[in-house]
Structure formats: C-alpha cells, structure tokens
Design a protein around this ligand. Structure first.
Ligand SMILES: [Zn+2]
Ligand SMILES: [Zn+2]
Length: 338
C-alpha cells in the first residue's frame, strides 16, 4: 500500500475471487515501478494514498474462469496496467486505454485516478477481469525480470517510435530524456532495434546517458535549463523531458511534416510554439499509451534484440520491497519464485 511519499506498507487483504467466467487470478512474480510510482514515492507527483501500489508486472496464471481459452494455468503473462474488455468499440479499435465497459482510466495501482477496486500488482494474488482480452503470454525462454515494465512504460516508449518508424522506415529519431526517466530510454532503445538510422538521446544524467549508449543510441549531455531552442530537425521526436523548456525544444526540433510524441504527464499548461509548429506541419501527440495492443509489438522487438533489462536500476527480493520503495531508484523490479 502506498500511503504517501517514502511511506509504503504491506497490509493483509482477503484473496480476490474468481467470480466471472472471463476472469483469471494471477500471481505476480516480477513487478516494476512505473515512472509515476517513482515520482509519487519521491514526493514529486500528487497521488493521494492510501492505495494498493503497482501496475507493471509479469505474473503466473493461477486460475482461469470456464470461458477463458487464450491463457492457461501455469503460464507466465504480461498484465497490462489498463483494464480493457476487448469487445467494446474502443477496444476493437485498439484504444484499450479508453475501454467503454469500465469507468475512464480504470487501471491497477494508481489510486483514485485508476479506480481503487482493481488492486495493485505488488500483491500475492491479482484478479484480471478479462483474461483473454488483457493477458499476453510470454514467449518460451523470455526473462520476466527484463519484461516487468512491458505492462506500461515499455509500450509507452514503443508508441512514440514504433508506428512512426513503420510509416517512415529508417527515419532519424530524437529523444529528450529527463525526470521521470525510463520511458525515454525505452523509446531510444526500441528506435535503435526498429531500424532508425540514427537515434539521438539528450539528457543531463550520466547514468541515463550510459544506458542510452548501451541501448545503441548516440547520447548528448545537455542540462535541461541549457537546452537550446532546437537541436536539429528530426522526423520523429519524443519528449520525455518533463519540462516546458524540453517540450518546446522537442517541438522546435521536429522536421517538416514530422511528429512529436510527449509521454510526460504535464500537470500545468506549458506554452507551445504554435506558429513554428504550424509552419512545419508539426503533429503533437500526447496522452496515455493504449498498452494492450502494443505489448506483442514490444515482445517482437525484444526477440529482435532490444534489451529492456538495460534500463533496470535494481532488482530486489519480494521481502525487501517495502524498504526499497521508500527511496526508489529509477526502475526497481521486485522478484519472487512463483
Ligand atoms: Zn504507469
Ligand atoms: Zn473495452
């Protein structure tokens, strides 16, 4: 349970029940912090506790309802952070983050914002209401620890470069990184694997710059408050900077007819360079990732050599989790046998 910044506690709760033919019960075995979790735990994002924490993880299927045919007991699966039914008009169009069968923003582990009824993945047992629609089986031989963020942050990185590179193979990609931090790195690594001619990653954190290089990107050390008006002209740009200056630099660095995807949750309204964007036919996309349809694409990229494990900061045993979460690193993964 997240109670507030630096305050995480285990609490006993009744086991969830298999109360629907379409549902499954799963036991999380590798659960990661999301960038928002880390911000909230460090006191930098206003989520009010108490709420069940955790919405990124790989789990083992423990029980399935009579109507479930896509996954079986014993399988390792990615659990998408968003609750989606798979059959409403939004889900059928791949917009699973806006599933019409449940209240808006229904997710695991995000407190009032996601609805408190779904629980969190830092738990012994989790109920998945639409097992066939939601769960994605891990390919044989996959590393569940490296894939713990395949529920949310890795698909979030994918949606910022994957469809764009499919439309414009080999295009150059610019990623402006910053706090919170992992999504920009996943985007950079995925862009390398998906064939971008060059991937430029800009940040001022030495650790993140090293990870970007390990992922195959060219990394440039520029402090956020020293970012110039623009750093070039790129067909595909990702703003993961978390600052107005970074966002403006990202938008001014979009080439003619290019796109910028901003993965950051801006709580204030930054001013945008609208005339410059208009002049270049610049597309800006922001919003939550529709995670479920992106997860198989992430697994394909992993099979082609993308290693999300390079982004993981620390791996802790389940019993040490509450202590580790009080002062979390960028990307913490808690593991247990299961
Ligand atoms: Zn998240
Ligand atoms: Zn739906």
């Amino acid at each position: 349970m997240f109670y507030g910044p630096h305050d995480v506690r285990w609490e006993a709760r009744p086991d969830p029940e298999l109360d629907d033919d379409r549902a499954a019960l799963v036991r999380p075995v590798a659960v990661a912090t999301c960038d928002i979790d880390v911000a909230a735990l460090r006191g930098g994002y206003p989520l009010a506790g108490p709420y069940p924490l955790g919405h990124e993880g790989v789990a083992r299927v423990v029980a399935v309802g009579a109507g479930v045919s896509g996954v079986r007991v014993g399988q390792l699966v990615v659990v998408p952070f968003q609750i989606s039914c798979g059959t409403c008009p939004n889900c059928l169009r791949g917009r699973t983050g806006n599933c019409a069968a449940h209240p808006p923003l229904s997710t695991y582990g995000l407190g009032q914002m996601g609805g408190l009824g779904w629980g969190g993945l830092f738990a012994d047992l989790v109920r998945v209401p639409h097992a066939d629609a939601m769960l994605v089986a891990l390919p044989e031989g996959s590393d569940p620890v490296a894939l713990a963020s395949a529920s949310d942050n890795i698909p979030d990185g994918w949606r910022a470069v994957g469809p764009q590179l499919a439309a414009e193979p080999g295009a150059e990609v610019l990623v402006l990184g910053g706090q919170p931090a992992s999504i920009g790195l996943y985007a950079a690594g995925l862009a390398v694997t998906l064939g971008a001619q060059r991937v430029h990653y800009v940040d001022s954190d030495a650790g993140r710059l090293d990870i970007a290089r390990a992922l195959g990107a060219e990394a440039a050390n520029v402090a956020v408050d020293e970012l110039p008006r623009k750093v070039g002209a790129f067909p595909i740009v990702v703003d993961a900077s978390g600052t107005e200056r970074g966002l403006r630099c990202a938008l001014n660095s979009v080439a003619f007819d290019g796109t910028c995807t901003s993965t950051f949750v801006y709580l204030e309204d930054p001013s945008l360079p609208m005339f410059s964007m208009y002049s270049r036919c610049c597309t800006l996309h922001t919003g939550r990732v529709h995670a479920r349809p992106a997860i198989p694409r992430v697994l394909e990229a992993v099979a082609r050599g993308f290693d999300p494990g390079l982004v993981t900061s620390a791996i802790v045993a389940w019993d040490d989790l509450a202590d580790a979460l009080r002062d979390p690193p960028m990307k913490l993964v808690a593991i247990r046998p299961g």
